[in-house]
Design a protein around this ligand. Structure first.
Ligand SMILES: C[S@@+](CC[C@H](N)C(=O)[O-])C[C@H]1O[C@@H](n2cnc3c(N)ncnc32)[C@H](O)[C@@H]1O
Length: 287
């Protein structure tokens, strides 16, 4: 009787357990020591308030849950471990929805809790006082800002605050795929006293009716859609002549949901439409 098959099975078992042990050690390394107080940024604090109202729980309980979630992985929601967790989730759950054109809206909904927590950890961009956009809008008493693919609306809300400080009234139109984050962002903008309209984007209505805009923000958006030029043409209809487009039309790296990393056709279309670059690749002015 040959012992070889038994030996082979035994070796496979040893390799399996060695592998498992290593994976467990790695995962445990990623888990932080719980219970330490953590500092929340302004959006995370607002989230805790909103979530307490949404769930009918106390603010303390809402904060406790948020801290426990942030401490589940080393580095919190903004850390490398959480980023890895997101990447793993994208791979694991692709069986339910991939980023193919017919499934990508569903994929955004599927991954929305993790994306929501991640974006809450980001700091909003700051608009320098001498930023060409603020200078270009100088002297206006009212500005309409459309933020398409708004996410947490970090650029539009921070711009709205900067304009309000300069005595300018701001109307916001926020558009995105309807998820929990989209509900939160509407609440956040209204809580700050802005006039805000929300436009859900769905497979049946990919670009809903917007408003004539002085500023159109579509930041970190075009690489996420399968037909960036089609979107630009639709959005362009809403930007008033002389209005500003805030975006990022550099090529992006390839990853899940970066379905159009090569934005050369979009840059060419901007040139055809006569957009003038005010800040290379990110701020354009419509003639
Ligand atoms: C990388 S995030 C950028 C969020 C925000 N613009 C920012 O700069 O912080 C991409 C955003 O595009 C949204 N998005 C992706 N595909 C979309 C589509 N077809 N229609 C509307 N929004 C979309 C996502 O839900 C997400 O909020």
């Amino acid at each position: 009787v040959s012992l070889r098959p038994t030996l082979r099975r035994f070796k496979r078992r040893v390799a399996f357990w060695r592998d498992r042990e290593q994976t467990e050690r790695m995962l445990l390394g990623a888990v932080r020591h719980r219970g330490r107080p953590i500092a929340l940024n302004a959006n995370q604090q607002a989230f805790c308030e909103w979530n307490a109202q949404r769930l009918g729980i106390s603010l303390d309980e809402s904060r406790r849950r948020f801290a426990a979630s942030a401490q589940a992985l080393r580095g919190g929601h903004g850390g490398v471990a959480f980023r890895t967790f997101n990447d793993v989730a994208h791979s694991l759950y692709q069986v339910f929805a991939s980023d193919a054109p017919s499934e990508v809206f569903e994929a955004y909904r599927l991954h929305s809790p993790a994306h929501f927590l991640r974006t809450l950890s980001y700091d909003p961009p700051r608009w320098r006082a001498d930023h060409p956009l603020l200078e270009g809008l100088h002297g206006r008493d009212h500005v309409t800002v459309v933020d398409f693919g708004c996410g947490l609306a970090q650029p539009s809300l921070s711009l709205a605050r900067a304009l309000r400080e300069r005595g300018c009234e701001v109307s916001l139109v926020l558009a995105d795929i309807p998820t929990l984050r989209f509900e939160f962002v509407g609440w956040l903008a209204r809580r700050e006293g802005f006039e805000v309209a929300q436009r859900p984007c769905t497979p049946d209505e990919r670009v809903p009716e917007l408003r004539s805009a002085d500023v159109l923000i579509a930041r970190e958006f075009f690489e996420h859609v399968h037909e960036p030029v089609w979107y630009l043409d639709r959005l362009d209809r809403y930007l008033a002549p002389g209005g500003f487009l805030v975006t990022n039309v550099e090529d992006h790296h390839q990853e899940f949901m970066h379905v159009s990393p090569d934005l050369a056709p979009l840059r060419a279309r901007l040139r055809e439409l006569g957009y003038e670059a005010v800040v290379p690749q990110t701020v354009f002015r419509k003639r």
